[in-house]
Ligand binder design. Sequence first.
Ligand code: SAM
Length: 282
Amino acid sequence: MYNETRSENRSYNAHAQLPTDFDLTKVTPLDSAIYDADVDFLSTLTGIKDPEELKQHILKVQADAYAVFPYPCIRNFAISKTKINHYPAYQDLLKLGKERKGAIFLELACCVGNDIRRAVLDGFPASQAVGTDLNAGKQTGFYPAFILKQRLTPFRVVSKGFWDVGHMLFKSTSETFPVKFIAGDILQPSFFDPQAKVEDSPPDLTTLASLTPLVGHVSAIHASSFFHLFDEEHQLKLAHLVNALLSPEPGSIAFGAHGGLPEKGLRVGSLKFGETSKPMTR
Ligand SMILES: C[S@@+](CC[C@H](N)C(=O)[O-])C[C@H]1O[C@@H](n2cnc3c(N)ncnc32)[C@H](O)[C@@H]1O
């Protein structure tokens, strides 16, 4: 399924290590009956106060997100809720934002940016926050309408990435929500070289174009529903990449939640590997 010798021009689908011939007709259609949202959070950020209007807005944008790539968590409305604020380590993140001068927060595999928006809303300085994800909308091509049922017109071309869909969901722009976003595949050395020299000072986030200049300079990393997309070998690789990004300063933290198992092995009904997990702290 995955070829370690894959090249920069990518003959694979970086999402979830899926092969390019992944059968999109097997994607489960969206279902508005399972609609779920953190209404206060969404209302605050979008300015939409009417619950029914908010629901219709979320359903519309959910279809756009599902068309970028049909992750089950999008179908389950993970994009209209937040996870990050439910972890004990969230308070440490907010504290770092207040107390550590210039602390950088990286939201890895940020998708539409719901969790990073929560942290900024709760006080983490926007100028010190960075979101990163694939921006593979252009590569996904055509999605036959029957996959997404009546929520999309036939053969809609998807040209957006998740971050752009996030601006639609939260009714923002890069001016009104100026958090830095960088698109790339974390497993590609041209986007992230963990062996790079640790620079004396942190990079200027406004001009950041890859993860490499962040090596050793990130005070807090949050990644959720991400590691379980990969096999054991690549989960281990991801853990090393996270470790390389994290600042050696005591109190630096990497946290999040991923699908797991009490004992290691392949998850039933899933493509990938599961294991127990622990937060990573300095
Ligand atoms: C299942 S979603 C989880 C999104 C969000 N973190 C959450 O908890 O709801 C997985 C995310 O990982 C991103 N992703 C998958 N493979 C990636 C890669 N190789 N590099 C960077 N991001 C990747 C996807 O684009 C997607 O946004």
